[in-house]
Unconditional design. Sequence first.
Length: 152
Amino acid sequence: MRLRIPAVLIGLSTFMLATAVAAQLFEPLDLSGEEMFMRYCAACHGTDARGTGPVARTMNKRVPDLTQLMADPRDEFPAQAIRDAIDGRSMAISHGTRQMPVWGYEFWVEEGADVVAEQTAREMINRIVAYLESIQGANEPGLLELEEGPRF
Ligand code: HEC
């Protein structure tokens, strides 16, 4: 007897196998802060972090320039406040107008929503924050006016 397996099934299972392998190979902690930024943040904030990514124009809020997080470049970088802003889980409900995803939650869910996932999510945010610190002042202030949104 000959088994006739439809080609589509073979195609589908090959695809599923390929994605399962890819999912195993992909570890977020293999990425640098810069690579994470390009993957998760650049759509809105732009690859240069100036707030002009392709998705920015679909938002009703101005997407902030992340190279200008400090009023005075000589100030100390407010790492904890930036971490909290990205994580979002500790933000009060009254900040309910938030348009940015709650990354602490997104990363935690993406990583399996357990204790290890929590550590991974925190480390991811730490790396992204270190990257943001490294690009402060990377462009001319005042070129893009920030209209609204919290400032630190
Ligand atoms: C869907 C679009 C979008 C994506 C994706 C996005 N952001 Fe945002 N981000 C915003 C908007 C809009 C604001 C302004 C505050 C608000 O309304 O949410 C903001 C605000 C911020 C702020 C606060 C800056 C300030 O001066 O107030 C930081 C820091 C920030 N984003 C970092 C990130 C990081 C890091 C990522 C990737 C992990 C990211 N954003 C991804 C849209 C986005």
